[in-house]
Write a protein that binds this ligand. Structure first.
Ligand code: ADP
Length: 262
């Protein structure tokens, strides 16, 4: 195969849209991420930005594949594939030899188990409830007028953990507000919020059964304090990547490439 073919993956998530373009040597030649998922302009914007970055036009894309919550809302890709399959393909590429992938995105949390060949053997998913997902963190940050991207630096300043006992995000939000009103420090409250997400993640991981090496993907990976807390509780090293949030789109692009090679 000459090095002139390009494959596009798009992941239309609940909160963000991601696009990745790979060449036939698996190099990532363009990528883009924007807030806004299904029903927004973000999907078409991330595609255009990725093409621009790769100095390509849409005609240069050999095969495309869509994944994510909103994948059925676009009809121009050649293929669509479930998020789970794409995360397994992307995870195998980003973390060679990985056996457990923990993915925490905007509206769900999932644990994927891979065998020694990188094939998915099991998954456990929480997509019924905001607790333990990025949405929970977004709501808690919003309760004190902040953003999810602020949470890690607050937690770094925590001296103890202010227990957040409600798992329901609506009640937990009230708890955050009342703890703030009663004078509890914000860093300690954020530590409590993080521990609550860690609790949920640990129980998901335990149900799946952990096998090392372990990697984490999804937007919540950017919350380094939370990842450290999860590592401590699971007592394992969690591998991450600066492009962990692109894992689904990357998997979709690699799947598109595999279809070309068939
Ligand atoms: P989806 O694919 O469902 O849209 P993502 O994997 O993109 O979800 O993850 C989105 C979540 O990641 C957000 O809800 C937010 O909690 C978290 N997140 C995004 N950016 C950051 C950041 N810079 N720091 C911490 N958390 C972040």
């Amino acid at each position: 195969m000459s090095a002139k073919h390009y494959f596009l993956g798009i992941d239309i998530g609940s909160t963000t849209s991601k696009c990745v373009i790979v060449d036939d040597k698996n190099n990532i030649v363009g990528k883009s991420l924007k807030t806004g998922g299904a029903g927004t302009k973000s999907p078409e914007e991330v595609v255009q930005e990725s093409l621009n970055q790769a100095q390509l036009s849409s005609k240069d894309v050999e095969i495309s594949c869509a994944t994510g919550y909103g994948r059925k809302l676009i009809n121009w890709t050649d293929y669509e594939l479930s998020e789970l399959s794409c995360h397994a393909i992307g995870g195998k590429y980003l973390f060679p030899g990985v056996r457990t992938i923990i993915d925490i995105g905007g509206q769900d949390a999932k644990v994927l188990k891979l065998d020694e060949h990188g094939s998915m053997t099991k998954f456990i998913m929480n997509d019924k409830c905001a607790a333990g997902t990025g949405r929970f963190l977004d709501m808690m940050a919003n309760a004190f007028g902040g953003k999810s991207s602020d949470l890690s630096s607050y937690d770094e300043k925590s001296e103890s953990i202010a227990q957040i006992s409600s798992t329901c995000s609506v009640f937990a939000e009230s708890e955050v507000i009342s703890k703030l009103a009663s004078g509890e420090s914000l860093p300690n409250i954020v530590a409590g919020v993080h521990e609550s997400v860690v609790d949920r993640t640990v129980s998901l991981v335990k149900r799946a059964g952990i096998v090392e090496p372990v990697a984490m993907t999804g937007g919540v990976t950017l919350n380094t304090s939370l990842v450290k807390r999860l590592e401590k509780r699971l007592d394992v090293t969690i591998h991450t990547s600066p492009i962990a949030q692109y894992n689904g789109a990357l998997g979709a692009a690699l799947y598109a490439k595999s279809k070309f090679e068939e």
